[in-house]
Write a protein that binds this ligand. Structure first.
Ligand code: HEM
Length: 404
């Protein structure tokens, strides 16, 4: 351990959803950027401050390219590293002009205006799963299986033109991939199976492009003479995996957050006009993708009072930044009227979440509809007994028993 090493080993197990691990607070109080180690022993920079987090994520001297030496990777063996370096990167792992060229053609699919057209369909999907929930005699019901997972899975399936009948398959592949306790072999197998499935799907769509996101991408690339099968497969793979597991976990945690803070829930049920702001606060509070924003410095950078050398890895902690008291007063207080839009739950800078407007819309519709239609909804187990995803890259709950 070097003199500057703070003793923190990443990933830190996140036991309870209502507070970051104690080590996070300790580190942020000491310095906004400090040195920590991954469990593998590799030293990386840990960015805990909100201002410094935004500065790193907006600075093009930090690369997202996972193939570069020094990029902070969790739980990868030599074989996974070899694969990562021999395959074309996903958009989330590209930099500069290559990244802009991959992101530009799909931005139009995720604008607020474009997504507004999807609102009635998303509402119908949410109502459909709540109808099923209300029709069951069974109590308690696991809300993860009944609502949190199926809503975003069906929404993203329809948007991309992926058959929803295959949802068990793509959900289980993603679940293995995001679990830190999965062996590298299991994770590789799950991702390879999912990629092969998507490759086949894109091949079929190239033969007969429909009116879904990929149909439109294929037609557009054909017209421009830029059709790139591997690029489309990578895009589909990223959107499908990023598009359901994240939102599903936020639905579950949002429901837990609101049910355990009834005075906050009452504010939104009294006036659904408050729901968009409540969603921002829930995103801030839970920061489910805490350690997703890794980077590696491509040159020496002086930032937040430290000197980061070229080749050194950096992790911007979304959770720590979102609980930075310099920006969010009394961060431990869940306050749906806070106006927390500048949180880092969706990242910041060029890689800021492409699907954020879709996620926001799904969360708003789910919370409004669920608590309006089932006003007596309550947790069927003490919150401390719930199985939280302490071992996953994306935080959430494995099960959420509810009754009414
Ligand atoms: C509550 C739900 C979600 C959360 C918390 C979340 C979080 C994030 C974060 C933190 C990043 C930045 C990663 C980085 O800087 O390296 C990101 C990127 C991304 N997200 Fe999301 N996400 C959510 C939902 C979605 C959805 C619904 C989709 C797709 C439909 C999506 C697609 C993407 C894509 C494609 C990127 C990469 C963007 C780029 O590299 O330019 N996400 N997300």
């Amino acid at each position: 351990m070097t003199k500057s090493d703070t003793g923190l080993r990443l990933p830190v197990e996140r036991g309870c959803p209502f507070a970051p691990p104690a080590e996070y607070e300790r580190l942020r109080e000491q310095a906004p950027i400090s040195k920590v180690r991954l469990v593998s022993g590799t030293e990386v920079w840990w960015v805990s401050g909100h201002e410094e987090g935004r500065a790193v994520l907006a600075d093009n001297r930090f690369s997202s390219d996972r193939r570069k030496d020094g990029f902070p990777l969790f739980n990868v063996d030599a074989e996974t590293l070899h694969q990562l370096r021999s395959q074309p990167p996903l958009m989330v792992g590209m930099d500069g002009a290559e990244h802009a060229a991959a992101r530009r053609p799909v931005i139009g699919e995720f604008t607020v205006k474009r997504l507004a057209a999807l609102r009635p369909r998303i509402q119908a999907i949410v109502d459909h799963f709540i109808d099923d929930l209300l029709a069951t005699d069974q109590r308690p019901v696991d809300l993860v299986q009944a609502l949190s997972l199926p809503v975003p899975s069906l929404v993203i399936s329809e948007l991309l033109g992926v058959p929803y009948t295959d949802h068990d398959f793509f959900q289980s592949c993603t679940a293995v991939a995001v679990r830190r306790t999965s062996s590298p072999q299991d994770r590789r197998r799950a991702l390879a199976e999912l990629r092969a499935y998507i490759d086949d799907l894109i091949t079929r769509k190239e033969a007969e492009p429909g009116d879904d996101l990929f149909g439109r991408q294929i037609t557009r690339h054909r017209q421009e003479g830029t059709l790139d099968h591997a690029g489309l497969v990578s895009l589909a793979f990223l959107l499908l995996t990023a598009g359901h597991e994240t939102t599903a976990n936020m639905i579950s945690l949002g429901v837990i957050g609101l049910l355990t803070h009834p005075e906050q829930l009452a504010l939104i049920t009294a006036d659904p006009g408050r729901t968009p702001m409540a969603v921002e606060e829930l995103l801030r509070y839970f920061a489910i993708a805490d350690t997703v924003a890794g980077r590696v410095a491509t040159e020496d950078v002086r930032i937040g009072g430290v000197s980061i050398k070229a080749g050194e890895g950096v992790i911007v902690s979304g959770l720590s930044a979102n609980w930075d008291p310099a920006v969010f007063k009394n961060p431990a207080e869940l306050d749906v009227e806070r106006g927390a839009r500048h949180h880092l739950a969706f990242g910041f800078g060029p890689h800021q979440c492409l699907g954020q407007n879709l996620a926001r819309m799904e969360l708003q519709i789910v919370f409004d509809t669920l608590f309006r239609r089932i006003p007596t909804l309550r947790l069927a187990a003490p919150v401390e007994d719930l199985p939280f995803k302490t071992d996953a890259v994306i935080y959430g709950a494995y099960e959420l028993p509810v009754t009414w």
